[in-house]
Write a protein that binds this ligand. Structure first.
Ligand SMILES: Cc1cc2nc3c(=O)[nH]c(=O)nc-3n(C[C@H](O)[C@H](O)[C@H](O)COP(=O)(O)O)c2cc1C
Length: 329
């Protein structure tokens, strides 16, 4: 069974990926936040991709375009950095992206999607995976979209079963994922589930619904509980054995200390790349939007963190939180 850390723009850049890699176990693959086409990669993108900044991490660059030649051009640049495969974003719900028929926007135009994939897979001589939603403003086209995906040698299809207009609201549309499992299970396309795995019981519900499924991508759930990948991997699989060593084996220091070290690595990393403390604090607040969920009764403390204006106030609020609260995972 494999666990992937989802690409999340503004949240899962190399600093956060490294913090996961150094302090928690069980994540098999990481994906960069999407990289839009441009003739030259900007400094921020290069820094995020540099092998020296991703040592030991199995990283797949995610690309955003609706033109095969742009993907091939970007992939060529990525080969120079040692990457050998790419992932295509067909799920981004943002208005500026989707209005240009990119991300989830292309799902509203099945003929154009088909043409894009046909040109891409005809020329790509390297693995190309796809991360997709199940539609734009309706899920009625999902069977058609799936039949298009089935035509191409997609190295892995990662499905987030929401349509664009759901954004992240409501619950994932599991009937749409049922269809993907039915349609793809005999065709050889590797299928990965993504969406709303917040707890071990969310994962358990998925494996009892899909006993053959073995790939799971987690985003917000891992940011809320970074040890979730270990909990999942310690849980017996359908074959009855844990899919990797029990997480307690990894715990030479207490879990709370590991959370603190994870946090500190992100904070120090942000201090080293952002020019001002305000930027650092702002980015840390985005992490706390999720991480606060791991600590019992954390609302008051997280509020204090969210109100902090500079690094000194921020550090004090975080210290108080870790001194006073217990983990609830
Ligand atoms: C702030 C934020 C940024 C995201 N950025 C990306 C991105 O760059 N590429 C992508 O494919 N998905 C992106 N996503 C979607 C996630 O990868 C994932 O599909 C989504 O959060 C659902 O999974 P989860 O419930 O496990 O979080 C983003 C989601 C959020 C909340």
């Amino acid at each position: 069974m494999e666990i992937y850390l989802a690409p999340m723009e503004g949240l899962t850049g190399y600093i956060v990926r490294n913090a996961f890699f150094h302090h928690f176990h069980g994540i098999d693959k990481y994906f960069t936040p999407f990289i839009s086409y441009s003739e030259k990669m900007n400094k921020k993108t290069i820094r995020d991709l540099l092998p020296a900044n991703n040592e030991g991490i199995a990283l797949i660059p995610q690309l955003m375009s609706n033109k095969a030649e742009e993907i091939l051009y970007m992939a060529d640049m990525l080969f120079d950095y040692g990457y050998t495969e790419v992932n295509i974003n067909l799920g981004c719900p943002s208005g500026t992206v989707s209005s240009k028929k990119r991300g989830s926007g292309l799902l509203a135009y099945p003929d154009e999607l088909d043409r894009f994939l046909s040109e891409l897979y005809e020329k790509a001589d390297f693995p190309v995976s796809v991360k997709t939603r199940i539609g734009y403003d309706t899920d009625e086209l999902w069977p058609q979209i799936l039949s298009i995906y089935k035509k191409y040698p997609i190295s892995e299809l990662i499905v987030h079963p929401r349509i664009r207009s759901d954004f992240y609201k409501g619950t994932p549309r599991m009937e749409a994922f049922d269809l993907a499992v039915r349609e793809l299970s005999y065709g050889g396309t590797a299928l990965c589930y993504n969406g709303d795995i917040w707890t071990l019981s969310d994962y358990q519900a998925l494996i009892s619904r899909y006993p053959g499924l073995s790939r799971f991508m987690l985003g917000r759930g891992l940011l809320a509980n970074p040890v979730l990948s270990e909990q999942i991997k310690s849980f017996p699989t359908n074959e009855g054995v844990p899919s990797s060593a029990n997480s307690s084996e990894y715990c030479s220091s207490s879990l709370k200390e590991r959370f603190l070290s994870f946090h500190n690595e992100i904070f120090d990393g942000y201090m080293s790349i952002f020019s001002g403390e305000r930027d650092v604090v702002m980015h840390m607040k985005e992490i706390w939007f999720y991480l606060g969920r791991s600590l019992a009764d954390s609302q008051k403390h997280v509020k204090r963190i969210q109100k902090s204006q500079n690094a000194t106030e921020y550090r004090l609020a975080v210290k108080k939180l870790f001194d006073e609260l217990d983990l609830r995972i």
